[in-house]
Design a protein around this ligand. Sequence first.
Ligand code: IPM
Ligand code: MG
Length: 360
Amino acid sequence: MDYNIALIKGDGIGPEIITQAVNVLEITGKKYGHKFNFKCSLLGGCAIDETGVPLPQETIDECLKSDSVLLGAVGGPKWESLPGNLRPEAGLLGLRSAMKLYANIRPAFLFEPLKAVCPLRQGIAEKGIDMIIVRELTGGIYFGKRGRRVTKNGTEAFDTEVYNETEIKRTAKIAFETAMTRRKKLVSIDKANVLESSRLWRESVHSMSLEYPEVELKDMLVDNAAMQLVRDPSQFDVVLASNIFGDILSDEAAMITGSIGMLASASLGNGKRGLYEPIHGSAPDIAGQNKSNPTAAILSAAMMLEYSFGLRRESTAIREAVNKVLRAGIRTFDIKGRDTEQIVGTVQMGELICREINGI
Ligand code: IPM
Ligand code: MG
């Protein structure tokens, strides 16, 4: 079958990791008899340079026409001094919103060969890490009213955390559904001891839980969750969080699996079309040096095959190939643990994964 994929390479290491993910998709397509057509669009800093805005209308149109979108990363020091609504990050938030992708699925999984680079005590890594963070993506403080005003104490700035029941429940539903396919445990994150928006969050999640009596639901305050994640990450199966709490906790969860360079994500709405992107940023300090880890982008492509196209076997083949390359002691510099491991660059990592896919 033919699939049309909108490609957004973005800034920094974005282009080099997306190139590897595209190679992996092409090899996988050839092996299993699918054709992936790619069309590139601009987003973020490169879009600002070319068109003056971080999210050109053509990019939205292309993405909405496509079967799914694969994105690298956006942002960099070059565009940091622009006003907030013209920064590369505003383009990314705008695209998620324009595509109505309200739920962000972020699996944090510790690959067996990477236990040595887990920064937690060895006994903790031994118990394994296998969780999925479901982050609300188009609401909350990242989309609430913000601004500045002059007061007698100088300039004042504000951002607003706003949530309604519909937004909370539709994301909670995805988290419950995800839990049903796994160990049936859901931890919902909030700060209900202080924030009114968190109290509504908690009530809404509880009312949704009536539809999922088999799922064991637990509430956890976000500060405690940050601690529990490093104390005993094996306790988590599915974690549901608001936009900001999910953003923060998913970076923490990524780091304990060895490197943020390993974590993929899927942003979903009501239909099959999604936006797939690594959770790491554009890493401008190592861009263009063949140093970045393409694995998160490659695993994001694997998630696209599974979630948007229903190609489970193909998705598993990619994950298996990543695992085999890691088992063979191949590492990019961010996941180096032991001296016996062989350090390779971005291109070689991608090639070795492609070779494994062919061999499966
Ligand atoms: C992420 C990133 C983005 C976010 C930034 C770049 C806007 O941190 O995908 O986690 O906050 O969503
Ligand atoms: Mg983030």
